[in-house]
Write a protein that binds this ligand. Structure first.
Ligand SMILES: [Zn+2]
Length: 263
C-alpha cells in the first residue's frame, strides 16, 4: 500500500493557500484537502484555478471538503431537487480545484425533523448528483458523523449508510471514515464491517470518546493499531487526511505511524 498522506487545510498553521502548499511540501505531504466550512471560505474560480495549477506543479494532490453550514447544510434542504442542486454546485467547486474526491457532510438536522425522511432525501440527492460527479471525475465521499448531545447529524450511524448506498449505489459515491467521529459514536468496527469496501477517504484525529475533540493522533483513546490494521485488511488505497491542528504538535509522528502500517 502506498496511500497518499495529507492534511485538511484549515488545520494547518499557514493561513493562505500558497503557504498551505509550501508547508505541505516541506512536511512531505502528498495531498491537501481544501476545506470550506462557510460560504465565505469558498474560493473564487480564478483562485481555485491558480491553486490547482500550483498543486499540480508541486506534485500535490487536491481533495475538497465541501461546505456544510448556512445555505450548504444538506439536511436542511427542502426537496430532493434542492439537495441535488447544492451538491452539484459543491462538485463544480471541487472540480475547479482539480480535486478527484469531495468529502461531504450530510448535515445537521433542524429541530424536530424526521431523521429517516431527511436521510432518504439526502441519499436521493447524492444519487442524482453522482451522474455529474462521474462526468467531472470527482468522487463523493460521505463522512460519518459523531454523536453530539442536543444535536442530530445525518450519517451518525451505520444504518444511514445502508440507506445511502442502497439509494445512491454508484462507483462515484463512497465513505469517508472519520476515525475521531466513529470513536465518539462507538461505531468504527460496525461502519467498517458494513461499508469498508466503499471507503474512498479517511480523516485522522483523536479524542477520549466523550466528545469530538480533534486531538493529535495518539493523544486520545482510539486504538490506532486496530484502525490501521483495518485499513490494511481492506486493501484501502485512498488518502489518509490528518484533521487536527498542526500547531498542536506537527504531523511527522502521524505520518510515521501510518507508514509503519501501510509501507
Ligand atoms: Zn472529518
Amino acid at each position: 500500500m502506498d496511500n497518499d498522506i495529507g492534511a485538511v487545510s484549515c488545520n494547518m498553521i499557514a493561513a493562505q493557500p500558497l503557504g498551505v502548499l509550501a508547508s505541505a511540501r516541506a512536511a512531505g505531504l502528498a495531498c491537501i484537502e481544501w476545506f470550506a466550512c462557510r460560504p465565505t471560505d469558498i474560493l473564487e474560480p480564478a483562485q481555485a484555478a491558480e491553486i490547482a495549477a500550483i498543486s499540480s506543479s508541486l506534485g500535490i494532490r487536491n481533495t475538497y471538503h465541501a461546505p456544510y453550514k448556512d445555505g450548504w447544510n444538506v439536511a436542511e434542504q427542502s426537496s430532493v431537487q434542492q439537495t441535488t442542486s447544492i451538491i452539484s454546485e459543491m462538485l463544480r467547486q471541487a472540480s475547479r480545484l482539480q480535486a478527484d474526491l469531495m468529502t461531504l457532510h450530510l448535515g445537521e438536522l433542524p429541530a424536530n425533523a424526521d431523521h429517516q425522511a431527511a436521510m432518504r432525501q439526502a441519499a436521493r440527492g447524492v444519487g442524482h448528483a453522482a451522474t455529474l460527479a462521474a462526468d467531472l471525475g470527482v468522487r463523493i465521499s460521505v463522512e460519518n458523523m459523531p454523536i453530539v448531545p442536543g444535536k442530530s447529524y445525518l450519517g451518525d450511524n451505520p444504518e444511514d449508510f445502508d440507506m445511502l448506498f442502497e439509494v445512491a449505489d454508484s462507483a462515484s459515491v463512497g465513505l469517508n471514515m472519520d476515525f475521531g467521529h466513529a470513536h465518539v459514536a462507538r461505531n468504527m468496527n460496525e461502519m467498517l464491517a458494513r461499508h469498508g469496501h466503499r471507503l474512498t477517504n479517511t480523516h485522522l484525529h483523536d479524542n477520549d470518546g466523550s466528545a469530538d475533540q480533534h486531538q493529535p493522533v495518539g493523544q486520545g483513546t482510539i486504538d490506532w493499531t486496530a484502525a490501521l490494521r483495518w485499513m490494511v485488511r481492506l486493501g484501502y488505497q485512498g488518502p489518509f487526511n490528518i484533521e487536527f491542528a498542526e500547531s498542536k504538535g506537527g504531523y511527522g509522528s502521524t505520518v510515521a505511524l501510518i507508514r509503519g502500517f501501510t509501507g
